[in-house]
Design a protein around this ligand. Sequence first.
Ligand code: KIV
Ligand code: NA
Length: 270
Amino acid sequence: LKRLTIPAIQQRKKGGTTAEPLVMLTAYTARQAQLLDPHCDMLLVGDSLGQVIYGLPSTVPVSLDMMCAHGAAVVRGSYHSAVIVDMPFGSYEASPQQAFESAARILKETGCAAVKLEGGEAMAETISFLSRRGIPVMAHVGLTPQAVNALGGYGARGRSQEEHDKIIADGRAIADAGAFSVVVEGVVEPIAVALTEALPIPVIGIGASARCDGQVLVAEDMLGLFERVPRFVKRYANMAELISDAAARYAVEVKDRVFPGEEQLYPPKK
Ligand code: KIV
Ligand code: NA
């Protein structure tokens, strides 16, 4: 099995539609990547690891060091999916040159195939700068969590006509700039559908619509491991319960001197 390439992913959208939707999940560790990889087309090393792994209040404090360390782990743990790494807040917004330096470091240190950054029209020049220099870029529009301080929260976007038009314009700008795909997050369904129909590149939804060209979720959210989840998350497992139960049974067995049992002990010399 060869790893999926970015051009192969982009070509899944032929003549304006994607016959088989693209499957994407986040992964932050090698073992998690190994388990998710056979079921996915793309693994996203999202800056959501700030909240999910590091207990930070938002993605704003996430560093390039964190993204590089987790990105490398996910590439090591996978061999089928294309790995895409988020550019953290502050590593790309100042200029196309700053973005190139950060993205090049991510590619060199992790071995990932592409980077993702947040923003529409404002990032078009940067997306064009990177794509023309050999760095595939996935964009992210709609609810852009790194802008939480400017947006004032994580509410759904696109309920007004103004917001609707802005998101569509953002999508067109980043597609024209050469982004190979785009995530649309936290929008009312008509926008997600309009964006998917308007853009020639795969539109990956999260809190958007089943009619997008693909879907992404934070793995910990869909696994039932992370406690605070938005409306758009569907839980496919209850890992929190499994872990709590296992820890509770271990604690009881330690206190009762039941663990370690005979099977876990090294037999004495014969
Ligand atoms: O950081 C992240 O996990 C993301 C996805 C939710 C799209 O950007
Ligand atoms: Na992100």
